[in-house]
Design a protein around this ligand. Sequence first.
Ligand SMILES: [Zn+2]
Length: 347
Amino acid sequence: MGAAASLANSVDILNRAEKLLSQSQEDQAFELYTQLQGETQIGSLAYYRMGEILNRRQDPANSFKNHRKAFEVNPHLTRCIRQADHPSYDYEYRVAEQTRVTSCPLCGGKGRQHSCYNIVTYEHFTVGFDPIRLWMHCDSCNHIFAASRPADLGAILRKSAHDSCLAPNIPRFPLLTDIVSGLKRAAFGDRFLEVGVGAGEMIAVAKEMLFDVTGIDIRPSYAEAVSNMLNVPVHAVDFIDFAPNQAYDVICMGDVIEHTIDPVAALSKAVSLLDSGGVLWISTPNFESAFSMVTKDKDPMWMVCEHLNYFCFRSLKGILERLGMDVVDYALSKQYNGCMEVTSVKR
Ligand SMILES: [Zn+2]
């Protein structure tokens, strides 16, 4: 069989495999994909598909090998699986230096491989992260964490920015009413700190409701923009290094702790900055949420490269209680599917 005939045959097999996959006949599709590993573009797509199927079969080790192989065969894999307007369409695979994470960031327990995803295919990918995300599960405390992170994480975050954080999303303001008014009722005073201000929606609404607001953000571009926009202090600093000369009545950590290398240290820091009776509000994705239980591997939270941790309510509640906080409220986020909003009060 000549090269052209061979290619035509491969295209035919690929089309049959893709059709079977679309009809949820994964086992038959998988058999066809295994026949396609010789071609560069078709082979890389086949490895990618097998990586996805193996993940659904709960075989993260082989899913990881196939996802990795897809990029090794074709560093421009993304062009085969996403449209030209996708932000990572022109992504070229290369492995940046990564720090491996083998023990649970919450309890130090040993992790076991949980699941694997090609995360460059999601809309928000930051170059410098490994495009193949292996998630680990800690059986001791029921926590999920990334098996690796960029060795130079801080520098990568500081020099990157996401379009979604360059201007406030104004339709989000009313969605924050219930949260901020709840904090107003629960708190003894008005001293309000937001960790990770992003585009500034939460801190803007808190200022509107007469809180005395301060913000911090690790990205100087976000901190400066929000400070100028609202005429409030926003410090460009890593939270762990933040050293204010006052305590706070309310601390908000909206979609922050899943980004941290050491979430217990970050939560402990927050507790230390609260006055007694102070309120800590946390929003973070919950892998045991109704949303995640229903959507399974389609839950987009598996695909967010900057998320190094994936909590559940039980593990988060356990840490807060050990740090001297009483959990007083649990709510489902109205802004992000699968996120939990946990309010706790310092004893
Ligand atoms: Zn653990």
